[in-house]
Design a protein around this ligand. Structure first.
Ligand code: PMP
Ligand code: GLU
Length: 385
């Protein structure tokens, strides 16, 4: 199994900073805001109310109820408590799903670019990741024809995120319907719809493939509070799933980690019970930063971008620089390019290779406007050499 490239780059940037180097970290996908006050207060309240014991493996009943209400309110999805499992981050939700659903040799379709951990989590569970290439010209989205062509008798699962990490692409309801038309013909394929960036959407209403009645029994929705509520370190993720899958995840989790942290679960109830309008200020800030970073990147020769419609990443194609020699080093790959930016510009990004696209790098713009400006200035300067 490979080391998580996002976490590895973040660790490297942290190390260099500790050595006193002036590093701008744009590698980790983590909001730079603090947790909203009302959520923090709920965490403090939970400590003062003496929450301390082991929690039910699949989550507190009150949290499951808040998740059910959230699914209804935001996604028009109806779930029973037996269909919800709370985990230690959406990452654990994904790992549970891979472990309970995949047998040795089962194929997992990953429209590329995909979030880095889908591939290694699938492999760990015995699955075989099958990349479906997309292109920047088509906004890094997979089409129904491309999906259909990738399906074999061994296909067990497809995993994608919308809004997408790393491309920022958002699938519209019509685009999802086209994919659903293919998938309903293969009822044994389970769709893992990772909607953790649901609220960080600049183009309108979020759509979930699970909303289509004919897809509901075939789809698991993965979500969490890391991104929308800036609660990355609190580690709460959850799924809404067909009951047989939820039951299996519950069993798996019960043998591995038990229920998620009690204080974080209590705070999550408050986060989810409040309307998403409470966090709109963060979304507005991300949208402004997207415009800023696209404009600044547009000023650098040879860098091609799509227009991200959600999340907080840009995924520029930097292949123009392959074969060019900068400071005596020839750039042969996106990894070389990303390393060059770290060493010469002091800017940490992540190579696109980790996301299944070797022509790109990922830049997180979950940083202040001044930080983004300084980072782009440095990148422009070193590349002009
Ligand atoms: N899915 C995607 C697409 C992500 O970017 C992340 C970020 N870590 C996760 C899942 C996992 O989130 P967490 O474990 O923090 O809930
Ligand atoms: N999801 C974030 C990212 O892609 C956090 C890092 C991780 O969990 O891998 O950068």
């Amino acid at each position: 199994m490979a080391i998580s490239a996002t976490l590895a780059m973040a660790a490297k940037a942290r190390e260099l900073k500790e050595e006193g180097k002036d590093i701008i970290g744009l590698s980790l996908g983590e909001p730079d805001f603090t947790i909203p006050e009302f959520v923090k207060e709920a965490g403090v309240q939970a400590i003062n109310d003496d929450y301390h014991s082991y929690t039910p493996v699949d989550g507190y009943g009150a949290l499951k109820q808040a998740i059910i209400t959230k699914f209804k309110r935001d996604n028009s999805l109806t779930y029973a408590p037996s269909q919800i499992v709370v985990s230690t981050g959406a990452k654990q939700s994904l790992a549970n799903l891979a472990m309970v659903l995949l047998n040795e040799g089962d194929e997992v379709l990953l429209p590329a670019p995909y979030w880095v951990s889908y591939s290694d989590i699938s492999k760990l569970a015995g699955g075989v990741p099958i990349e479906i290439k997309t292109s920047i010209e088509h906004d890094f989205k997979v089409t129904a024809q491309e999906l259909e062509a990738a399906i074999t008798p061994k296909t067990k699962m497809i995993i994608y995120s919308s809004p997408c990490n790393p491309s920022g692409s958002v699938y519209s309801k019509q685009e999802l319907r086209a994919l659903a038309d293919v998938l309903v013909k293969h009822p044994n394929i389970i769709v893992i719809s990772d909607e953790i960036y649901e609220h960080i959407n600049f183009v309108g209403k979020h759509a979930s493939i699970a909303e289509f009645e004919d897809m509901y029994d075939q789809t698991v929705v993965v979500n969490g509070v890391s991104k929308a509520y800036s609660m990355t370190g609190w580690r709460i993720g959850y799924i809404g799933a067909p009951e047989w899958i939820a039951r299996a995840c519950n069993k798996m989790q019960g043998q591995i980690t038990s229920g998620a942290n009690c204080i974080a679960q209590r705070a999550t109830i408050t986060a989810l019970e409040n309307p998403p309008s409470k966090i709109q200020f963060m979304v507005d800030a991300f949208k402004e930063r997207r415009t800023l970073i696209l404009n600044l990147l547009g000023d650098i020769p040879g860098i091609k971008t799509n227009k991200p419609e959600g999340a907080f990443y840009v995924f520029p194609d930097i292949s123009y620089y392959f074969g060019k020699t900068l400071k005596g080093n020839t750039i042969k790959s996106a990894s070389d390019f990303s390393l060059f930016l770290l060493e010469e510009a002091g800017v940490a990004t992540v190579t696109g290779e980790a996301f299944g696209d070797p022509n790109c790098i990922r830049i997180s713009y979950a940083a202040s406007e001044d930080t983004i400006k300084e980072a782009m200035k440095r990148i422009k300067k070193v590349l002009s050499n």
